[in-house]
Design a protein around this ligand. Structure first.
Ligand SMILES: [Zn+2]
Length: 120
């Protein structure tokens, strides 16, 4: 995929509050799999928008993994801490998977824009 389209619509406005949208890494979760997708986020209200292309790419990845069709939820972006980049597991996933917070996980890189997190 080297035919990257230059982003011309830099000044898109948020459809909710007309705030400014910035490019950001968004995460989506399906059946315990965490997908990291390029998207846009409103700096005023936090609304997260995923481009159609990125959305489709995620759907394809999810289908390959056999998790497509599971409830899709968008969650917070990664955050920075003094010790590195942090991915917080959303509470509903925590509950659903009965995570105690002490589990070991395996993190795999799937291509340039996807990360797979497996509970070991
Ligand atoms: Zn907004």
């Amino acid at each position: 995929m080297h035919n990257r389209i230059t982003r011309r619509k830099k000044n898109m406005k948020c459809h909710k509050c007309s705030g400014e949208l910035i490019e950001d890494d968004l995460t989506a979760e399906m059946d315990g799999y965490i997908f990291v997708i390029k998207g846009k986020k409103c700096i005023s209200c936090g609304e997260e928008i995923i481009g159609e292309k990125e959305g489709q790419r995620m759907v394809q990845a999810a289908k390959k993994l056999g998790v497509w069709g599971q409830p899709l939820k968008l969650h917070r972006k990664l955050s920075k801490s003094a010790r590195g980049t942090v991915l917080r597991i959303p509470t509903d996933i925590e509950t659903n998977m009965k995570l105690k917070g002490t589990e070991k996980v395996a993190i795999s890189k799937l291509g340039d824009k996807k990360i797979l997190v497996e509970i070991e």
